[in-house]
Design a protein around this ligand. Structure first.
Ligand code: HEM
Length: 502
């Protein structure tokens, strides 16, 4: 009896507290019920080991300290695969060579579905992003391949170099910056340039507005917005609003182009000329911008950081680019950017082994990717462990890239190295098997031209928070799932112009 009186008093207090409190309490009760019911389910004999924690306690570490959390999971279960629940979603984490082979080749494991629930940077807005079904996604991928054809990519090189020159000029003759601000911003501009249109990329105010909106999507990706996308938390509202604003910017640019009747030589024109429906054009620009800018931006920041901390590799890369320029007889009075623009696409792709090895090693040590898939069915086994239909499967790249048996002294940046063993998929920097990066060609060229212009135009080194040169670059922070960024303010890149005309 006292119990029911207590309940009654509690419900009166709750109701008088107003809608937000009642709503939040209802959600908490719902979460608790979900977590209790999921903990009552019995696992099959061939199911992976289960983490010894309630599903509610896995949420924050999975999103906020993923590297530590997954390592803890392997350690505490003592197994090469384990499972846990994120609310009603069953997540299976796999590792090891055999698991990797199945993970990257199984037909039923779907990247888009896995990414949607476990990453969710772009909120699903009805009529905009939610309607991008498989058919439209494959059309978007086809158009992405078209952007990277020889002719299109060759045309982009001088324009991207001119963007880089203009932005690097604003850095002045000397100073220091956090690459995750300046270099990231530069790569964002180049990605907007290559994937959208002149109307947006020629206007620094619009580009900067777009970057802020995409940052809002990144920062606003909280566990709640991913797992309870229908729950109107402030972060979710900000994200939906940012998505709508991005949508408006893109649609305004498309409308301006259509109404002008003037054809331009850029990606938007190619999309419009292909006669695709608007949803595909908007989806192409909105979706690929976020995928492309983030991955390429992170890699560029880390490449310049590693080169700043490894002068021997800095010199090698610089000598390589100087060697390329030597075979293009251009007046040395030309700006550096124009000289670099005269190097052919073929040369950038086939005659830069040093830059290639630096990109490769940077992706190995500083790409904190966890590949995510959903098993669309039927049920399957990975390395003898059951993966039910509908379950999510994740494969952390750290399993292979930071594996000391494959890469001894794995945190050491050494572009000379090759995998020590012949293990399958021993390098997955650009993905593997059925899912490899579809923007790789564009990303590599972007990385090379930005690095080339910076190395030839500036001298640089890594300094600590107080501005003192340090012998080693900072360690990538794999718990930061977006940028691998070390603590803010812990280091910067100190630079000095080495040439008058960038
Ligand atoms: C340095 C830059 C980049 C890196 C390191 C990178 C890496 C990757 C990786 C590892 C995957 C496979 C993911 C997985 O298996 O879970 C992937 C997929 C993908 N990437 Fe990239 N990427 C980069 C830049 C780009 C750019 C610039 C674009 C577009 C313009 C792009 C578009 C895509 C797409 C569409 C997929 C999905 C492929 C599919 O669905 O099969 N990427 N990328």
């Amino acid at each position: 009896m006292p119990f029911s009186v207590g309940l009654q008093a509690a419900s009166v207090a709750l109701l008088s507290a107003g809608f937000p409190v009642v709503f939040t309490s209802a959600i908490i009760i719902l979460l608790v019920i979900i977590s209790i019911t999921s903990s009552l389910q019995k696992d099959a004999a061939d199911a992976p080991a289960r983490l010894p924690i309630n599903s509610l306690f896995a949420i924050i570490p999975f999103f906020r300290r993923r590297f530590d959390f997954l390592n803890w999971g392997f350690e505490v279960t003592g197994k090469s695969s384990f499972q846990f629940d994120l609310l009603r979603n069953n997540v299976i984490v796999v590792s090891g060579e055999s698991a990797r082979q199945t993970f990257f080749s199984a037909k039923g494991l779907d990247l888009t579905e896995g990414f949607k629930i476990l990453s969710g940077a772009i909120p699903m807005v009805r009529g905009v992003t939610s309607d991008l079904q498989t058919r439209r996604i494959s059309l978007i991928h086809k158009r992405l391949a078209a952007v990277q054809k020889n002719e299109q990519l060759s045309m982009l090189i001088p324009v991207m170099l001119e963007d880089s020159r203009r932005m690097m000029e604003t850095w002045g003759n000397s100073g220091s910056f956090d690459p995750f601000d300046n270099v990231y911003e530069l790569i964002f501009q180049l990605t907007v340039r290559s994937l959208s249109c002149a109307e947006i990329s020629d206007d620094p105010c619009v580009v900067s507005r777009l970057k802020k909106l995409y940052d809002t999507l990144d920062v606003g990706t909280t566990p709640a917005t991913v797992l309870l996308p229908w729950f109107p938390t402030p972060a979710m509202i900000r994200k939906v609003w940012a998505t709508k604003e991005i949508y408006d910017i893109v649609v305004a640019a498309i409308t301006a182009r259509e109404q002008s009747g003037v054809s331009k030589n850029d990606t938007l024109q190619m999309l419009l000329d292909s006669g695709d429906e608007k949803l595909v054009v908007v989806g192409f620009i909105m979706g690929l911008l976020i995928a492309g800018a983030r991955a390429t931006g992170t890699t560029a920041c880390w490449m310049l950081t590693f080169l700043g901390g490894h002068p021997e590799w800095r010199d090698k890369a610089k000598t390589e680019v100087e060697g390329l320029l030597a075979s293009y007889p251009l007046a040395s009075s030309e700006s550096l950017a124009s000289q670099l623009a005269s190097i052919s696409l073929e040369t950038w792709e086939a005659q830069t082994p040093v830059l290639d090895s630096i990109i490769r090693e940077t992706l190995r040590v500083a790409q904190p990717h966890t590949a995510m898939r959903r098993n669309l069915g039927p049920e399957m086994h990975i390395d003898g462990q059951l993966v039910p239909s509908g379950a999510y499967v994740v494969y952390p790249f750290s399993d292979v890239h930071l594996n000391s048996e494959i890469y001894p002294d794995p945190w050491k940046f050494n572009p000379d190295r090759q995998p020590e063993t012949k293990a399958a998929y021993s390098y997955v920097g650009w993905g593997g098997g059925t899912t490899t990066c579809l923007g790789q060609r564009l990303a590599r060229v972007e990385l090379k031209i930005v690095t080339a212009l910076f190395l030839l135009g500036f001298n640089h080194c890594v300094v600590d928070g107080s501005g003192k040169a340090v012998p080693q670059p900072p360690l990538p922070n794999w718990n930061d799932i977006l940028l691998c960024r070390p603590p803010r303010g812990s280091f910067s890149l100190s630079y000095e112009r080495s040439t008058a005309a960038l």
